[in-house]
Design a protein around this ligand. Structure first.
Ligand code: NAD
Length: 424
């Protein structure tokens, strides 16, 4: 809906501002009760806890932890726990709202949560990180649980952190409760296929979008920024589907082969950091050059805010599928809208992660374990269902793909609120 030519970025939005702006944009297309909207503008609750940590030298430091609960009308709160020096209450609230929309667009029976500890994980020894995690789990115990709020790994936390968290919670509850967190190692209730899921879902959604625009996948060229967990799995999925992945990158630069790279031959970031830019390809490019390559599909899968007011007009890709969280600034989004370049949004495309987290939780609470084949089959089915719901809104209204996805999410949440009503 942009008419003026945006050339520079407005001052940076906070996570809460972004989440509220998207809520209002979606609400403008729907007949949502104002009382429900007002409830969704605010988190249900935000907990702040002091976490006393005994450092390895015997001193005690008190760290601050948060857990934001945005909305649980459709099921338990769900969202990551991050350990990062920039964690704030505001950021947790904004990201918890974003999780509400993400679970709803996938039709997963979860609401939105997010939390974290204000700490630089690089400053912690393994033993300190374990003590911090166990105490944080204990401080949050009154407000989390398999049927109330289910944390997951995020920046600075990993499957091992989730195993400590689950163990601390279980010891205090007196029974093993694997369903209290997801993203655990498989030996303690983690799911097959969890690690690959966000990248696979980006590939599945990109393939559907290619089909939607009547492109022949065998004739489709793809550039992927960031060859890590998300980027490598998305690139390999699309390569296998028949597309030609011509460029991939890591933080040091990109490799380019106009005839298509063998994505299984390029090692990903986890396998060998630096291997992408060290790979023997016909050409090398900078990350900036990759973003403006003449390809059909651009998949930014590294970090946020890489498509901006400065480069959005130079992007030559015919479509953007967001693998990373928030790779497109709101100004760049308006430029793509004005130029007619479809942008398939992150919270649909990379939602395979939360979807397989839901599968993990189902396996945990039912004490059953699914095969990788079953996980991948059910993931594909969930992604296709979500794609169809978003496509229907996209076709029915004159909106962007991002707005269509928010409309699907908000209509599901609003309907659940209106049906349950306001208690008391
Ligand atoms: P990762 O660390 O496995 O890989 C990141 C890749 O991006 C690496 O190849 C790295 O070299 C490259 N990179 C880092 N900084 C860069 C920069 N400034 N320019 C270009 N390349 C750069 O990370 P990941 O787990 O694949 O996550 C990537 C993005 O996807 C993040 O935005 C993350 O929040 C999002 N995401 C991840 C998951 C998940 O479960 N892994 C789920 C949903 C969304």
């Amino acid at each position: 809906m942009a008419t003026a030519e945006p050339t520079s970025e407005p001052t940076e939005e906070t996570a809460v501002e972004t989440a509220r702006r998207q809520l209002e944009r979606a609400a403008a297309h729907l007949d949502v009760d104002e009382g429900v909207l007002e409830r969704l503008r605010h988190p249900d609750s935000v907990y702040r806890v002091a976490i006393p940590l005994e450092r390895d030298d015997g001193s005690t430091e008190v760290l601050t932890g948060y857990r934001a609960h945005h909305d649980d009308v459709r099921g338990p709160y769900k969202g990551g726990l991050r350990y990062h020096p920039d964690v704030t209450e505001d950021e947790c609230v904004g990201l918890s709202m974003w999780m509400t929309w993400k679970c709803a667009v996938m039709d997963i029976p979860f609401g939105g949560g997010k939390g974290g500890v204000v700490v630089d994980p690089k400053d912690l020894s393994a033993a300190e990180k374990e003590r911090l995690t166990r105490r944080f789990a204990e401080e949050l115990r009154p407000v989390i649980g398999p049927m109330t709020d289910i944390p997951a790994p995020d920046m600075g936390t990993d499957p091992e952190t989730m195993a400590w968290f689950m163990d601390a919670y279980s010891m205090q509850e007196g029974e093993t409760e694997p369903g209290v967190v997801t993203g655990k190692p498989p030996v303690v209730g983690g799911s097959a296929g969890r690690e690959e899921a966000p990248g696979r879902s980006v590939g599945i959604i990109a393939e559907k979008a290619i089909e939607y625009y009547d492109w022949d996948v065998a004739e489709t060229t793809v550039a992927v920024q960031g060859f890590g967990s998300v980027g490598a799995n998305a690139a390999r999925y699309l390569d296998e589907a028949g597309a030609s992945v011509v460029a991939v990158s890591d933080v040091d630069g990109a490799i380019y082969d106009p005839d298509g790279l063998d994505t299984n031959d390029v090692e990903d970031h986890d396998e060998t950091p630096g291997m992408v830019s060290g790979y023997d390809a016909p050409e090398t490019l900078t990350n900036e050059e990759l973003l403006t390559l003449d390809v059909d599909v651009l998949v930014p899968s590294a970090v946020g805010n890489v498509l901006t007011a400065e480069n959005a007009r130079d992007v030559r890709a015919a479509m953007v599928v967001e693998g990373a969280n928030g790779p497109t600034t709101s100004t760049a989004d308006s430029i793509f809208e004005e130029r007619g370049v479809p942008v398939i949004p992150d919270f649909l495309a990379n939602a395979g992660g939360v979807t397989v987290s839901y599968f993990e939780w189902l396996q945990d609470i039912n004490r059953r374990s699914w095969s990788l084949e079953r996980v991948n089959e059910e993931l594909e089915a969930e992604m296709l269902r979500a794609w169809d719901a978003v496509r229907e809104e996209y076709e029915a209204r004159d909106v962007t793909w991002r707005d269509a996805a928010y409309i699907v999410a908000l209509s599901r949440i609003a309907e659940a609120h209106e049906t349950r009503g306001l208690w008391p």
